[in-house]
Ligand binder design. Structure first.
Ligand SMILES: Nc1ncnc2c1ncn2[C@@H]1O[C@H](COP(=O)(O)OP(=O)(O)OP(=O)(O)O)[C@@H](O)[C@H]1O
Length: 272
């Protein structure tokens, strides 16, 4: 396991250090959702959190977002403790979260408007991100007129327009059909390259994790622990614009099978 505190190199952008999370239950009992999770995310990296249902992926992401507080342990972004939600950490959820009463442009400009960004700059920055997510021509459309994939692109553009230090995504493509989903995955690679984002994304889709992840944090369930940190070595540190290119690489199938094995082993724990 890599840990910024032990590598001797500059500290990682995001450091999750021995984080545990207990939730109170009825009758005064508690559930240990996350136990001593540690991992790091480097600048410009796409880190994917993968694991069986209920292993605590969303809880870890919500702690990074500052929406949950760890019971013990520490989370640091750029050296500072994460203590509550902040616009330096932008979150995209699975559910469409656009404002129905605002146009695409209105949605993308919303955060900047709240933050007092002057109109000209707001317009220019919104257009840059609308172009980046291929929604040029739809600036004046309303969410109800858009497909699911387009709505998620609005959410991504709106989040990026706030210029967050971290882009957090919780199963962002989970509600999309298969074809739209892989287009969105490819778009996310293009965005990461163009906007130099540092991204932490939760998924339970192995193919998505291998295609997108520069690093994959595989969690085990009950309690949620970091079981393995996987670097898809066969990609040789590269990102690929097309999904087929990755599926065709030697080494892809072996890693997919390995992760399927982990998923079966960890996801099946409840059934034994
Ligand atoms: N607010 C909460 N109160 C009580 N328990 C919670 C709360 N949030 C999460 N949990 C529990 O913590 C564990 C981890 O949940 P979490 O949603 O983080 O898992 P997940 O891996 O994201 O699941 P999935 O893949 O099904 O979305 C589960 O046992 C869940 O029931």
């Amino acid at each position: 396991m890599t840990d910024a505190t032990t590598t001797g190199a500059a500290p990682a952008k995001l450091v999750i250090e021995r984080v545990s999370k207990r939730f109170p239950m009825k009758g005064g009992r508690e559930i240990l959702a996350i136990e001593e999770a540690s991992f790091t995310v480097e600048e410009n990296e796409i880190c994917v959190i993968l694991g069986p249902s209920g292993c605590g992926k969303s809880t870890v992401l919500r702690m990074i977002a500052g929406l949950e507080t760890p019971t013990t342990g520490a989370l640091r972004l750029d050296g500072s403790a994460i203590a509550g939600p902040d616009r330096e950490r932008g979150m995209v959820f699975q559910a469409y979260t656009s404002f129905d009463w605002l146009s695409v442009r209105g949605n993308v400009e919303y955060g900047m408007r709240i933050n007092g960004v002057p109109k000209d700059e707001r317009r220019e920055r919104a257009q840059r991100y609308i172009d980046l997510v291929h929604l040029a021509g739809f600036e004046d459309a309303y969410p109800a007129q858009l497909s699911g994939g387009m709505k998620q692109r609005v959410a991504i553009a709106r989040t990026l327009a706030n210029d967050p230090a971290l882009l957090l995504m919780d199963e962002p493509f989970g509600a999309l059909d298969a074809e739209t989903r892989w287009h969105m995955q490819e778009l996310l690679v293009a965005i990461a390259e163009a906007a130099n984002t540092t991204t932490v994304m939760v998924t339970h889709d192995i193919e998505e994790a291998i295609f997108l992840g520069d690093r994959i944090v595989f969690m085990s369930a009950h309690p949620g622990r970091v079981h393995r940190i996987i670097t898809p070595e066969f990609k040789k540190g590269r990102r690929y614009a097309s999904k087929e290119a990755v599926l065709d690489l030697p080494g892809y199938s072996a890693l997919e099978k390995e992760i399927m094995g982990l998923m079966r082993e960890q996801g099946g724990k409840d059934q034994h």
